[in-house]
Write a protein that binds this ligand. Structure first.
Ligand SMILES: Nc1nc2c(c(=O)[nH]1)N[C@H]1C(S)=C(S)[C@@H](COP(=O)(O)OP(=O)(O)OC[C@H]3O[C@@H](n4cnc5c(N)ncnc54)[C@H](O)[C@@H]3O)O[C@H]1N2
Ligand code: MOO
Ligand SMILES: [Mg+2]
Length: 404
């Protein structure tokens, strides 16, 4: 049996990089950028007024002039104007280009306008570029404003739009198929017999992937019939980009998944990880047309497959898309815990951000890894490392938030 860290490394080291495609900027939110975005000109492109007021030359004010003749108005969007001389002022709006010969802006609250003149009080602090956003002070032509491998959020959209990128090169969205197996499982709209349950894992995993930014998810259910599993998986492997199975991976007589995956040519990278929940987890890859599709077979217990999806599958898919790895979040455990087994324990926990600025996690004592009802109250899980037996209150551990 391998450790959590070994499993994580085997997965991440085996994952390549997905192909790219060009898409419209309006569709780019949440996607992974795969090109550099350069400044097509300096920003701001001109000396930009940051206040509504008057534009003057500060040396005139600083040598005693208080009354300036108003020589015109500079509006945002109109070409650059010019002061008629150093003793004149121009009314100016936020966003307008600073007129020639002016070097600062006095906000309108500090100005009295009377009979075509602007009267200024004593004591203003006016210098070169007061209330002016200087040309090229944010970036220069050719500067790299966005580098590849960032997840595109609203702030990256602003930058791309400002430099005229109406299209962006991004990672393709993989077509992911989620397969649940099991004869005991009926669909949501059926009334289960007393020995049956409605299936929920597939819907949960699909929703978790969607909220992590993977929109093309397809759900399939297959009964515990080896021939049917083989036929359907062969078909799925010929068309999807990634396959995630839930259930049928452990040691039961009807747990056919690992054997059938091997028969279909999916090469196993590992099975059995020293962790709870999720010990029977299986990972492999399927070669098709020169690329290797990731195949995860997660243990069927609802908390196990949800935890494994968060701990291994989402980071692997993000790496495949070249997304930056998310930074670890630490939280202090709010109660003493002990756990005697030689396993890493993923313990679901409620998070509390205290006024001291510390993040605390209250572990949930849940029934079994079938108890998804209790786990729904939690915000994520703490990873309590293997090789330790006690976890004292106040010690910090890595916390993994659930996808939301
Ligand atoms: N002899 C052993 N038995 C088991 C071991 C072991 O090491 N030795 N491991 C246990 C652990 S840990 C887990 S986790 C489970 C994993 O089992 P499988 O992956 O084979 O999953 P199933 O047997 O198909 O189902 C387990 C459980 O989960 C329910 N389930 C499955 N799919 C769904 C679904 N889509 N929606 C809701 N619930 C689902 C299923 O009804 C079962 O109750 O094995 C242990 N056994
Ligand atoms: O991985 Mo199993 O998760 O403990 O039920
Ligand atoms: Mg089983």
């Amino acid at each position: 049996m391998i450790t959590v860290q070994e499993a994580e490394k085997l997965i991440l080291d085996s994952i390549g990089s997905i192909e790219t495609e060009e898409i419209a900027l309006e569709k780019a939110l949440g996607r992974c950028l795969r090109e550099s975005v350069l400044a097509d000109r300096s920003l701001p492109p001109f000396d930009r007024a940051t206040m509504d007021g008057i534009a003057i030359n500060s040396s005139s004010y600083n040598t005693g002039l208080r009354k300036f003749k108003i020589c015109g108005t500079a509006a945002a969007g109109s070409p650059q104007e010019a002061l008629s001389d150093l003793k004149s002022a121009m009314e100016i709006m936020t966003g307008a280009a600073l007129p020639l010969h002016a070097d600062c802006v006095v906000k309108i609250e500090d100005v009295e306008i009377k009979g075509g003149k602007a009267l200024l009080p004593d004591g203003l602090k006016l210098d070169f570029h007061t209330a002016v956003h200087s040309q090229a002070s944010d970036c220069k032509t050719g500067d790299e404003l966005l580098s590849p491998n960032v997840k595109i959020s609203a702030k990256e959209i602003a930058i791309a739009a400002s430099v005229g990128k109406s299209k962006l090169l991004v990672s393709k969205t993989p077509k992911i198929t989620i397969v649940s197996t099991g004869d005991e499982l009926v669909s949501i709209d059926q009334i289960p017999e007393s020995h049956q349950i409605r299936r929920s894992n597939d819907a949960t995993l699909g929703a978790a992937l969607e909220s992590a930014g993977f929109q093309e998810v397809n759900l399939v259910h297959i009964p515990d019939d080896p021939e049917q599993i083989e036929t359907e998986l062969r078909q799925i492997l010929s068309s999807c980009d990634a396959l995630i199975l839930a259930g049928g991976v452990s040691k039961g007589k009807f747990d056919y998944v690992p054997e059938i995956l091997a028969k279909l040519g999916v090469s196993i990278r590992f099975q059995w990880v020293s962790q709870r929940p999720g010990k029977p987890m299986w990972y492999g890859q399927f070669s098709r047309d020169g690329s290797r599709l990731p195949v995860f077979a997660l243990p069927g217990n609802p908390v196990s497959c949800f935890t494994c999806l968060r701990r291994y599958v989402v980071p692997a898919l993000e790496k495949w898309l070249q997304m930056p790895a998310s930074k670890p979040v630490y939280a202090k455990i709010s109660h003493d815990m002990s756990f005697k087994q030689e396993l890493t324990l993923f313990v679901p926990a409620m998070i509390e951000s205290r006024p001291s600025g510390e993040l605390w996690a209250k572990p949930l004592l849940f029934n079994t890894s079938g108890d998804f009802i209790s786990v729904a109250k939690t915000d994520g899980f703490l990873e309590l490392p293997r090789g330790r037996k006690v976890f004292p209150e106040g010690e910090a551990f890595v916390f993994y938030p659930w996808p939301r």
